[in-house]
Design a protein around this ligand. Structure first.
Ligand code: ZN
Ligand code: ZN
Ligand code: FE
Length: 710
């Protein structure tokens, strides 16, 4: 911008740009340059904002979709306002962005709002620099903007506008399932306090145990259900409005249907983030389950016709609208560790806002892993991580994966010259990348460590503790309990957990009781310790034979699978209904413990590797002759976490690097993260954890991009 005036006023102006910028504005840098004053005759006297000019490289950023601001909430609640009860109210400080943008520059003709010419009143606001809606691209009102409609499961329109809203509220009140076309895609909503209704949603969606997220009308309602920390409240009410996983800490969450979250340590809550959600949930006046409108781990549905086809048998009614959604953007999920944010699913409110990372090799696309896929690319010193895409198991997700690469590349005029992928050749992402030409493959756990390093701009060498469920190792076996010495160009395996067998391969990941049997076998314990009764017929005998002869077994060092096995030995979970169910049950018990059993991991130094030997711990747990009460189980669960943390500390002391990165899906476990951090910090190490980039496989692409080698 060009300004002129007295020197002192100019100074004030420069300070005001920083201090009084609009809530969503981000200033990356300010450069100042003195210009010669214009002669009086040429003097510019008016304030002008000129239209965007398309020249040079694209530097503008695409903002994420932002939750409704306070002013817009006031508008929809004020009977005298022309936007009273209008579900698509927004302004420059809030509303849809990424989910409606077709291409840059961000101007209305390049968004899905191009179908709605502004009425006179809206146009006036849009052109008035003093108005909150000045250049608000999705600006709309009841007269000119998008409208609601309510459909039955056949797609017949039963009502529009207020009537549609009324029908939707009635659907929820009568315990039926509502499919809602939200901001970044469809959601399925149902009364969160009606057990029968929630169970029906589970049955129809085929999602038996994975916890559902909840949406409450306001903060007060959440507070009455579960205690909140200040940081949790801040994130819930922030303009990013993610799902915040809140610790249950043994509180009885009064009123919430029991099948919402089962035996998990947390309850996921969010607040309404669009005027549509606000009007709906306020009128319903209670807590609803709000889950993604998809089959599990597929991209969420964005189109109403597709929604009818995919969710016609799940939902009882559809609340839709005629503003097209350009790309699916799921709800984000975060959790607090201490006072710090831990990103679990990075999507609405965050993607595609870049993360600043200095010195990244340009023109590379990182395609991530197989599960919880996200892709990443770098431009200048910004790393753009796509929204959470999902598991690349189905055609729908793979299509979304490919279109996201094309989409982000086009948006930022980015021409990839090479690709970065996982070492596993059978991942759909790896197959895609190798077909594109030049491609570098990166070991999975090294990429996890790089992701943590990227976030803290570490060059290394560091000690990376990469613990997760699975990833292909450079020796062809399955890794997941790794200690790696890593820099940005190179890495070395410094240690791992003692390997054990997964009888039946993938099936073992679904059945922790199989892993429990494998741990007992490896620890040379003859007795079944009650496991026999968990298997049908002679399945247990067959399993023992498989383990003895190493038939149809895969060896692994996976920490995630060790958590599975221990959860089964403690009789907490023998079958995983969803990923992480058994480890979550173990974390819940540890978080409820009042004391911690003294348990230890053995340490074997084998040539240049440190091996964490869990056998003494398994023996100790199984041979303890005291009565296995709830208190005993809690104490054992806590002891297991502490034993792992002490092992990490001892290993770090032997390996001897000052900086330690904790990464991989296991570190979403808050109890484990906190134990490890405490142990390491006591011994003088600097500990680095994930905040903005997920510790799980959602962070793999960012890690791959941080690699400096070629
Ligand atoms: Zn607003
Ligand atoms: Zn209008
Ligand atoms: Fe992983």
């Amino acid at each position: 911008m060009e300004v002129q005036g007295h020197a002192r006023l100019m100074e004030d102006f420069a300070t005001a740009i920083e201090s009084e910028k609009p809530p969503l504005a981000v200033i990356k840098s300010i450069h100042r340059q003195d210009l010669k004053p214009l002669s009086n005759s040429k003097c510019e006297t008016s304030f002008q904002i000129r239209p965007s000019k398309q020249e040079g490289g694209i530097v503008a950023l695409v903002l994420p979709d932002m939750a409704t601001c306070k002013d817009c909430l006031n508008d929809i609640h004020d009977p005298t306002n022309r936007r009273y009860r209008y579900p698509f109210t927004n302004c420059t400080n809030c509303g849809p962005r990424y989910s409606i943008i077709e291409k840059l520059p961000y101007d209305r003709p390049y968004t899905s709002m191009k179908h709605f010419p502004m009425c006179e009143a809206c146009q006036e606001e849009y052109e008035d620099p003093l108005n909150r809606r000045f250049h608000a691209q999705p600006n709309a009102c009841p007269k000119c903007g998008p409208q609601l409609a309510f459909w039955d499961t056949e797609g017949n329109e039963l009502g529009t506008r207020e009537e549609a809203l009324y029908l939707a509220i009635n659907t929820l009140k009568s315990g039926e399932i509502l499919a809602l076309k939200g901001l970044g895609g469809f959601q399925l909503l149902v009364d969160g306090c009606n057990e029968q209704a929630v169970s029906r949603l589970r049955a129809r969606k085929g999602r038996m145990s994975k916890p559902f997220a909840l949406m409450a009308p306001n903060l007060e309602t959440i507070r009455k259900t579960i205690p909140l920390s200040q940081q949790e409240e801040d994130w819930l009410t922030s303009s990013r409005a993610p799902i915040v996983l809140i610790e249950k800490k043994g509180t009885t969450t009064t009123g919430i249907a029991p099948s919402v979250s089962g035996h998990t340590p947390t309850l996921g809550f969010m607040l309404p983030y669009s005027p549509l959600h606000t009007l709906l949930i306020e009128a319903f006046d209670g807590i609803v389950v709000a889950t993604s409108g998809n089959l599990s781990e597929e991209p969420i549905c964005i189109d109403e016709k597709e929604a009818l086809a995919r969710m016609g048998r799940i939902a009882d009614g559809f609340l839709v609208h005629n503003r097209p959604i350009v790309r699916p953007v799921d709800d984000s999920v975060v959790r607090m560790v201490g006072e710090q944010l831990m990103m679990i699913r990075r999507a609405r409110g965050f993607a595609p806002f870049p993360i600043d990372v200095a010195n990244v090799t340009p023109n590379r696309v990182a395609v991530g892993a197989h599960l919880k896929n996200a892709i990443a690319l770098a431009k200048d010193s910004s790393v753009f991580i796509s929204q959470h895409i999902g598991d690349l198991e189905t055609l729908a997700t793979r299509d979304c994966f490919e279109s996201t690469i094309a989409d982000l590349s086009a948006m930022y005029e980015f021409q990839p010259t090479s690709f970065l992928c996982d070492l596993h050749p059978d991942y759909a992402s790896s197959r895609y990348a190798t077909q594109q030409g030049q491609c570098i493959s990166i070991q999975h756990h090294y990429a996890h460590v790089l992701a943590c390093m990227a976030e803290h701009e570490l060059e290394g060498p560091v000690l990376g503790v990469a613990w997760d469920g699975t990833g292909l190792g450079s020796d062809g076996t399955i890794w997941g309990g790794e200690l790696l010495i890593a820099s940005r160009k190179d890495w070395k395996r410094a240690g791992h957990l003692l390997p054990f067998l997964l009888p039946g391969g993938d099936r073992a990941a679904k059945e922790p009781k199989r892993i429990a049997a494998s741990l007992l076998h490896k620890a040379e314990m003859e007795q079944g310790h009650g496991l026999e009764h968990l298997f049908d017929g002679n399945e247990y005998q067959t399993l023992k034979t498989m383990l003895e002869r190493d038939l149809n077994c895969i060896a692994t060092t996976s920490a995630g699978r060790l958590f599975d096995g221990i959860a089964s030995l403690l009789n907490l979970c023998h079958t995983n209904g969803h990923e992480g169910q058994a480890p979550q049950a173990l974390e819940l018990m540890a978080s409820l413990s009042s004391e911690s059993m003294k348990l230890d991991l053995g340490l074997i130094q084998d040539e240049d590797r440190i091996i964490g030997d869990w056998r003494p711990l398994v023996k100790q747990l199984c041979e303890d002759s005291c009565e296995k009460t709830d208190a005993w189980v809690r104490s054992a669960a806590a002891g297991f976490h502490h034993a792992l943390a002490q092992h990490v500390r001892t290993a770090a002391e032997i390996i001897g690097f000052e900086k330690v990165c904790l990464t991989g899906g296991c570190f979403q476990n808050r109890f484990l993260s906190e134990c490890c951090r405490e142990e390491l910090e006591k011994a003088g190490f600097s500990v680095f954890m994930h905040h903005q980039i997920p510790a799980n496989d959602g962070g793999i692409a960012a890690g791959q991009l941080y690699y400096l080698g070629s």
